[in-house]
Design a protein around this ligand. Sequence first.
Ligand code: SAM
Length: 323
Amino acid sequence: MKKLYLHLNANEQASLFIDEIKQSIEKAVATNACVSDVSGDSSLQVDGTQISCLSDATLLGSYGDRLVYVVGDESTAALKDAAAKASALIHKHGHEAFLNSEYASFISDGDALIGFDDGMAGMSLLLQAKMKPLVIDFEQVSYRQRLLRGGRQKEPLARAVMNGIEDGALVFDATAGLGRESMILAHAKAQVLSFERQLPIWIILKDALMRASKSRFFPFTLPKLQTIGTIASYVGEAPEVIYYDPMFPEREKSAVVKKDMFLFRQVIGEDKDIEDFIRIALRLATKRVVVKRPSTAEPVSAVDIQRAYFVDGGQCRFDCYKP
Ligand SMILES: C[S@@+](CC[C@H](N)C(=O)[O-])C[C@H]1O[C@@H](n2cnc3c(N)ncnc32)[C@H](O)[C@@H]1O
């Protein structure tokens, strides 16, 4: 099982949503009891020296395919240390070398550590062996410029989703991820509810949206992130449009994947239930379901899933389906 370590202790903001995290975990455990062996090896010997020991880690529970721990300063330092050393090993001798090393018994592929790091805008996702932290910062200039340049007419996403839809209409972003497109839709005046089922991503997005709500740069109604989960468990007013941008399985393993997408894939893997979710979306949405695809890829189709039309987005395409 992959592990998620949360280093939240000292932060007031994080404590605001630790309860929500706990609730989600409890809900997941109640519906899908699978708290497995948590003993594991918590120490690591390298060259005869013990470099790491998770002395102050507390298991919160399991969520999806992860064990979730809250860690204190000592464990965080140990994890960072091991990750940095693993990263150096990978850099020098490749990933195989890491997998055969003692580090791999301590931190495995896809484990994640979330915390507040000096100099970072907010909570960041620190991954083993790829130590460039992943933080969502909507205030970044490049991001804000894109938002300003875009708008309802110019952004293909906004055109695909908002065409013929009134300001303030309820729109779901079923796959919030790093929240960029939720923000574009909110900026185009949709009332956006965002869904994300991967706990590490949900946490950093929740933190980013909290920061955005205090920023002077976003004078529009921000997307509202739902509790961790999917549109399948939504009850309430039906949305007019559902936007769906899942992680499609890689078609060619050798394809050069963008760096942030690589990190992303390491944490969340691939979404293997795409047709199921398009069906759920088609039952929920009143006007349309918009699915993002690379411009060279075939549209998703099945007997009951037929594309009505599409909006060209340059490198990507927005396929529109009617309920
Ligand atoms: C390709 S990314 C989305 C990127 C996003 N559009 C953005 O602007 O950053 C897909 C994300 O959706 C999440 N996801 C995939 N299927 C989901 C589902 N059925 N319900 C909730 N989240 C889902 C994945 O965990 C992942 O974070």
